[in-house]
Design a protein around this ligand. Sequence first.
Ligand code: NAP
Length: 308
Amino acid sequence: MKILLTGASGLVGAAFAEAAHRRGHTVVGLVGRSELKIPGLAERRSADLTTPDAVSLIALEIFPDAIVNCAAVAEPAACDADPARAQALNVALPETLARLAHHLSARLVHLSSEQVFDGTSAPYSVGAPVKPVNLYGRQKVESERRVHAAAAAFAVTLRAPLLTGNSLGGARSLHERLFADWAAGRVPKLYRDEIRQPCTAGNLAEAMVELCERPEQCGVFHWAGAEALSRVELARRIRAHFKLSETAAPIIEISRADDPQAAARRPADLTLELKPMAGIMKTPIETFDAQLDQLVVPPPCREWFFKV
Ligand SMILES: NC(=O)c1ccc[n+]([C@@H]2O[C@H](COP(=O)([O-])OP(=O)(O)OC[C@H]3O[C@@H](n4cnc5c(N)ncnc54)[C@H](OP(=O)(O)O)[C@@H]3O)[C@@H](O)[C@H]2O)c1
């Protein structure tokens, strides 16, 4: 299958390129500014995807069997910092890709987020009412609506959780950020009452490859790991896995009540119900231990790690 992949340099995009290549697919990857090598790509192109014409011209030239959208402004703070850019990438781009998918009769796999929910009434089923508490979540809701309006018969959207795994640059995923703080002598402040249900970017990518191959699955679904844990528990498990001491890798535990204004823009509990996807898919749902086993010491922090 020929797959056009946006965001090929990102945490999920790079994992998707490798997973799709392993399964024998030909992946043409679009990157923005990254110059990092991306294993698994048959071809790499640079394009500014804030301009809809850029991706349309490439898609019409490539004529893919599937389009996989991993490009985004993927963090709430970054959306707040530049709402217009975030709107272009998080809403306008997926809608353009959906129109192209419809036009080309191509499969479309899009990514949304757990942050479409407000975190007050977990666990969330796929049909639970969405109620985002930040701009990122609102843009993801809008992207879902527009994607499935434009390409109902071709599109599948996975709402993804907080992601673990190893990124290309070693600075993007959950454990990589903790390591960056510890290596720089910063003490991360982590919520004991904020619950997330992570999976690795690699596991999410495997599910996305499977969905490219199973075009009968259309609509919006959830994908996440097997366990819902607090931010504090996640950091403790990561610290223990790498045999780091509390002195070398300290954390400060905080609670949502400490700063209600900040908490109002952060969903408390984003536990997701994985039905019906968990019963349909061959890709397994990962335990947190299975995720930990895949993590490597982030390259930018290796020197610090071997010192402590
Ligand atoms: N990471 C998470 O924990 C998480 C959780 C839930 C859902 N998601 C969703 O999963 C998807 C993938 O997220 P991610 O974490 O892999 O994102 P990421 O690591 O931040 O990567 C974003 C990608 O978008 C590309 N991009 C950004 N601006 C661009 C532009 N103007 N033109 C072309 N490409 C551009 C980047 O390219 P360059 O770097 O080359 O510029 C990069 O490849 C997103 O939809 C995100 O919302 C992520």
